[in-house]
Design a protein around this ligand. Structure first.
Ligand code: ADP
Ligand code: ZN
Ligand code: ZN
Length: 818
């Protein structure tokens, strides 16, 4: 026998050892899944290491089954997973389970069929002692089977499960379990290309239809990589093309090939971006530092700090090309697939089919296929959101994190990891350079770059010396008093929008709040209308006629009567993008207005459609939330209006200033990216706040230095590390007591470990999804000490936690204090 180290997909902190016959072990490789016994259950486990059997002080159980014939991830990712499990305090097997694509977990489904002999008995079944007969029985007797979905529902009820098992034993029904496999193959289509570069268009032996098809093909081939056109597309343009192309094929003038479909959801190829003829001097300088590091195949972290529109994408592309030349692969992380739309088009234009995209729009089967292509090295460049940090590249030669400051890199449930931090770690473990890019780097990243931990690369100017947009600040405290003023728009902003419309230029109006009104107040009793399950006001979504909770998704119909006093006079207070859009269409009825927020882009297709309408100048004014601030390059946008810049400054969060500066700078950066200069109008109640004044001056360093001093004074990151202990449960009193008792325990340890405790206190969002929430913040300079404290606390959970009445979650390097 040999021994296997296995991480089970269950809340077990340690890895476990199982035995396996040595004679059959030649096929075993780390990264495969196994079925192993755990207590009385059988669970999935991931094979981490194979060892000769040694003397064990306890009995080693054998592996039940080997589930894979090939590993699902390369063995050199195992140290990466181990580090994540220990740093983020999460069971290793569950880390791996989260890392792998969803479609992988084999699920067995139950099928239930009626046996002929059982038919008579069951048709007359009325339940024991006059009890009701089950509602699903009619379906079973009529159709002879029950669908797996139905069985899943029934199976939750102990009563029905027992009944079905009895029938199975009596021979009335059969219950079979089968593993359901969901695999879709990559889609391909037939494409056509030219055999010779210069086809004989004037050839008199060609029929008119053939000539026409050939001319069309030539036209469609322009700027195409690889140089082939889908036959479908030709047919679409000219219905006779199919037949003509076929006969051209017989004459050996064109060839056919099957190509994997790489398309956006419109069924169109992404736009083609040619390589720029020259790099800017700054780009040259940056690449002169970056490219040799790629050649050295060693770990260095670079921060590419480039102002908006400075051509960071081109740096990514050149660096990627260099990495491919070294025969290594490239991993590109983007904050949300939102942004990827444009970045992916750039990469597709340059690298074509070697690209794999991991995005939320993929079906499980497609995701699974992409995963395998990456594993097998067919996909050389992988682009994806946060979770793509787990993509199974065997030999990564470069990891790029675009917009590295974006908080979307932090996963806020289950395994609370920060993908940008993991990118740096993965680079270190796999010996490859890491390139973090941003116009507004996170404070911690920039701090590392200024202290020499990271290497700083800068693109200080926009491409082609385009000027940064002119920014003007409007003090809302003054405009409020203007007679006859509009509640959302200052006179200056309105006039600029009007001018822009007359010029035929595009405008962006930014407000980081969706919905129509984010507060509904009863005019009679003065109470706000809150979510039934959270301590949060409901937001009105007028066009859908609903009030919804942005935290738990609870919805109520609008109009609503006041839950406190039953009055029907509930007023809409506050405003969101929907209301701003409505106001704009009243003010500018002739303007074409689009809105981009989570309500209008519920899926990738809708999202891309809105972006496309802006690109094609079918939209005059785009209203949106932070979704519009991210990375988009709209050359015709010359005006950006920020409705309420200080909206986020009041948040009880030490990152509020940083986030506000980043948001304002990023949205500002959308203006004037084309030939015409841009204008930005920022409306705010706090015109003197450093987050706003520095964004106004495009002064990242000014902001950085000010914020750094504040962080130092309060000993917040990057001068310390934080862990938040979050307590939640159904019973407010127990949650409070768990937090208080844990804090008491922690206080005794804090001195030994030189840590500071803040709290315990009710969380700013005190109740979400019917759970009360308390938290305790632990601050310290040494990460090991923070972990030592957590270890001690976890070893002796306080009574409400031990009794599982209250859950305690550890959030390491929290991104949000809410
Ligand atoms: P950033 O990501 O830094 O905000 P982008 O990468 O989107 O900026 O670049 C802005 C624009 O400049 C894009 O349209 C890009 O194609 C173009 N661009 C980049 N590099 C060059 C270059 N060397 N010459 C001409 N245009 C360039
Ligand atoms: Zn009321
Ligand atoms: Zn809610």
């Amino acid at each position: 026998m040999i021994h296997l180290e296995v991480a089970v997909a269950a809340p077990v902190t340690e890895t476990l050892t199982y035995s396996f016959p040595a004679a059959d072990s030649s096929q075993l490789k780390p990264g495969m899944r196994l079925l192993v016994p755990l207590g009385r259950r059988q669970v999935t486990g991931y094979l981490l290491a194979i060892r000769p059997a040694d003397e064990a002080p306890f009995q080693i159980k054998p592996v039940t089954d080997v589930l894979d014939s090939k590993p699902l991830f390369p063995a050199d990712m195992i140290p990466f997973f181990r580090w994540i499990a220990s740093y983020y305090r999460y069971p290793l097997g569950e880390v791996i389970k989260i890392a792998l694509p969803g479609g992988l977990t084999q699920q067995s489904e139950r099928h239930i069929s009626l046996v002929e002999a059982g038919k008579e008995v069951l048709v007359g079944f009325h339940g024991a002692n006059g009890a009701d007969s089950p509602a699903w029985l009619a379906e079973l007797t009529a159709r002879g089977t029950l669908s797996p979905a139905r069985v899943r529902l029934i199976w939750r009820s102990r009563k029905w499960r027992k009944l079905l098992e009895t029938w199975h034993n009596e021979g009335y029904v059969t219950i079979t379990e089968a593993v359901s496999a969901t695999r879709t193959k990559a889609k391909t289509e037939i494409c056509v290309g030219l055999v010779q570069k210069a086809p004989p268009l004037a050839d008199t032996r060609l029929k008119a239809s053939e000539k026409k098809a050939m001319a069309l093909l030539l036209e469609l081939l322009v700027n195409r990589f690889p140089p082939v056109v889908p036959v479908k597309e030709l047919n679409h343009a000219y219905s006779g093309a199919g037949r003509a192309i076929k006969s051209l094929g017989e004459k050996c003038l064109v060839f056919f090939q099957e190509q994997q479909i790489f398309r956006d959801p419109f069924g169109e190829e992404p736009p083609f971006f040619p390589e720029p003829p020259h790099l800017s001097t700054e780009q040259e300088k940056v690449l002169a530092e970056l490219l040799p590091a790629i050649g050295r195949k060693s770990f260095t972290t670079f921060l590419l700090h480039g102002v908006t529109g400075s051509g960071k994408t081109e740096i990514y592309l050149q660096a990627a090309r260099r990495t491919l030349a070294e025969n290594r692969s490239v991993l590109v992380l983007v904050p949300e697939i939102a942004l990827a739309s444009q970045l992916e088009a750039h990469f597709f234009s340059r690298f074509g089919k070697t690209l794999a995209l991991l995005h939320s729009g993929l079906s499980q089967g497609e995701r699974f296929d992409q995963w395998h292509q990456i594993m097998e090295g067919q996909a050389k460049i992988v682009i994806g959101a946060r979770s793509a940090i787990f993509a199974p590249l065997t030999d990564p030669g470069l990891i790029i994190v675009d917009e590295e400051h974006d908080s979307a890199y932090k996963q806020e449930d289950t395994l609370r990891y920060q993908a940008r931090d993991l990118a740096v770690l993965r680079g270190k473990l796999q010996q490859c350079p890491v390139l973090l890019g941003s116009a507004t780097p996170s404070l911690t990243t920039f701090h590392h770059a200024s202290t020499g931990k990271y290497q700083l690369l800068t693109l200080p100017k926009r491409i082609e010396n385009r000027p940064m947009p002119e920014v003007s600040i409007v003090d809302l405290r003054l405009t409020r008093k203007e007679a006859g003023g509009h509640p959302f728009f200052s006179q200056v902003l309105l006039e600029s929008i009007k001018d822009n419309l007359e010029q035929g230029d595009q405008s962006i109006i930014f407000l980081n709040r969706r919905g129509y009104a984010n507060l509904m107040i009863c005019d009679d009793c003065g109470n706000p209308v809150k979510c039934l399950h959270c301590d949060i006001s409901l937001t009105l979504h007028k066009s859908e006629k609903i009030l919804s909770c942005h935290y738990c998704g609870y919805q109520a119909r609008s109009p609503i009567i006041c839950p406190s006093c039953r009055s029907a006079r509930v007023k809409e207070i506050g405003f969101g993008t929907e209301r701003v859009e409505e106001a704009l269409s009243e003010l500018f009825p002739q303007a074409r207005i689009a809105r981009l927020d989570r309500d209008t882009s519920t899926n990738r297709k809708k999202f891309l459609k809105i972006l496309k309408s802006v690109h094609q100048k079918e939209t005059d004014i785009l209203v949106g939330t932070q979704m519009i601030t991210k990375g988009h390059h709209f050359p015709h946008v010359t005006l950006v209006g920020v409705i309420w810049a200080d909206a986020g400054l009041g948040m009880p969060d030490f990152k509020a200033g940083e986030r506000t500066f980043q948001l304002i700078s990023q949205v500002t950066g959308r203006a004037g990216r084309g030939d015409k200069p841009g204008l930005v109008i920022i409306q705010t109640h706090q015109p003197d706040h450093y987050s706003i004044t520095n964004a106004e001056k495009h002064d990242y360093r000014g902001f950085y230095e000010k914020e750094l001093k504040l962080r130092q004074a309060l000993q917040y990151p990057p001068f310390s590390r934080l862990i938040i202990l979050r307590f939640s449960g159904d019973n407010e009193e127990l949650v409070r007591s768990a937090a208080t008792l844990t804090a008491r325990q922690a206080r005794q340890l804090a001195e030994t470990f030189r840590l500071t405790l803040l709290g315990p206190a009710a969380a700013p969002l005190a109740r979400i999804r019917d759970k009360y929430r308390w938290q305790l913040l632990v601050k310290g300079t040494d990460s090991n000490n923070l972990h030592a404290l957590c270890d001690s606390l976890a070893a002796q959970p306080v009574p409400p936690v031990r009794a599982t009445k209250v859950t305690m979650v550890v959030d390491v390097d929290p991104e949000s204090m809410l």
